[in-house]
Each structure stands twice: as structure tokens, then as C-alpha cells.
Write a protein that binds this ligand. Structure first.
Ligand SMILES: [Zn+2]
Length: 199
């Protein structure tokens, strides 16, 4: 490769870099979702090192009335104290058992919050479920899984006041990050960090 080739090459790389920066900037503003559709934007979010260095989340437990607004990710790292506070809010309210929450679940919530422009808290209907509670719920409904990811701190059932749950479902499905269940009659969405699947 001669010098001219090299020069052209780096110009080309520069262009690519600029368009990628612009792309990520649009992504951060959320405008690309409207322009290019959620699939493309999601692909960009998942590929490479892009990601906000600071992630704030607002939560409300519908069973206990507890509220929490906290930065669970700062300067590129998860914040242990915040994760502990969130895990406590997500606890099994039947038994009081607390289990560490999977931080990737919070990333999913944060991404949904950003893509839909959600400002209100996520209402947490069910977070961690102890084996005792899960067995109890299974007696009431055949739709409760025997080895539910709720028992590993890897699943959550949520809704947001003023936001139709089907939009939350659509945003979650577009992310392609894990399991997404939609329960229109009870008006909530189940998210988990297991295999990508929908129901
Ligand atoms: Zn669930």
C-alpha cells in the first residue's frame, strides 16, 4: 500500500468514525429510534463499548409503597450500595427475603426508560421470589414457572403509570436482551435476563 492509499484509507476511517459518532449521538438523543427503527438502534447499543457512564433509575414497589431513585451505575461501574438498596426494594415481600438483583436487569430497565423517554418510576409488582413464595404462587396459577428466574433475582414484573404496557413490551422485545412476557389483563410486563424469548 503506497502513501496515497494510506492517506485515502485514513480519510475513509475518519469519515466512518465521524458518522459513527453522529450515529451514537443521535442514539443518545433517542431520535434514531424514530428514524431507523428500534432494531438498528438496539444493534448499536449491544455492539461495542457504547453505553452511558451514569445510569439513574426510579422505582416504586407497589406492594410496600417504597420509593427509590438512585444511580446504580457511575463512572462506568455498578454502585454496590445502590444495588443493595434496589435488592432490598425488590425483596420477597411475603417472606422478607432479600436476594441480590442481577444488574443486567437494571440495564434493561434503564434502556427501556431511555428509549421510551420514561420519567415516572417503574412500578415493581414482583421482583425476587423465595422458593416458598414461588411454590405458593404455583398453587394459585399454572402460569408460574417451577424454576422461575424470579427466584434468582433475574426477573421483574413492572408497569409505568401513564405508559401503556404494550409499548414497554415492544421496547423490551426490540432490545433482544432476555425474556419478555406481556400480561395485558393484569397490565404488566415481565422482564428477565434469561434466554431471548417472548410470550
Ligand atoms: Zn415475572
Amino acid at each position: 500500500m503506497n502513501r496515497q492509499h494510506l492517506a485515502n484509507h485514513s480519510v475513509e476511517e475518519g469519515r466512518l468514525l465521524t458518522s459513527r459518532r453522529r450515529f451514537l449521538k443521535q442514539l443518545a438523543c433517542g431520535s434514531l429510534l424514530a428514524v431507523a427503527g428500534p432494531k438498528l438502534a438496539t444493534a448499536a447499543l449491544r455492539g461495542g463499548s457504547y453505553g452511558p457512564s451514569h445510569k439513574l433509575i426510579a422505582l416504586e414497589n407497589t406492594n410496600t409503597g417504597e420509593k427509590l431513585k438512585v444511580a446504580f451505575f457511575e463512572r462506568g461501574h455498578y454502585v454496590d450500595d445502590a444495588l443493595a438498596e434496589i435488592s432490598y426494594l425488590f425483596r420477597d415481600f411475603h417472606t422478607g427475603d432479600v436476594h441480590p438483583i442481577d444488574p443486567f436487569l437494571l440495564d434493561q430497565l434503564h434502556e427501556i426508560q431511555q428509549s421510551l423517554g420514561i420519567v415516572k418510576p417503574f412500578e415493581v409488582i414482583s421482583g425476587y421470589r423465595s422458593p416458598y413464595t414461588n411454590a405458593h404462587l404455583r398453587k394459585q396459577s399454572h402460569r408460574v414457572a417451577k424454576h422461575s428466574l424470579h427466584m434468582e433475582g433475574r426477573a421483574i414484573d413492572i408497569r409505568v403509570a401513564g405508559v401503556e404496557s404494550r409499548y414497554i413490551r415492544d421496547a423490551a422485545v426490540a432490545m433482544q436482551r432476555g425474556g419478555v412476557g406481556y400480561y395485558p389483563y393484569a397490565n404488566f410486563v415481565h422482564l428477565d435476563t434469561g434466554d431471548i424469548r417472548t410470550w
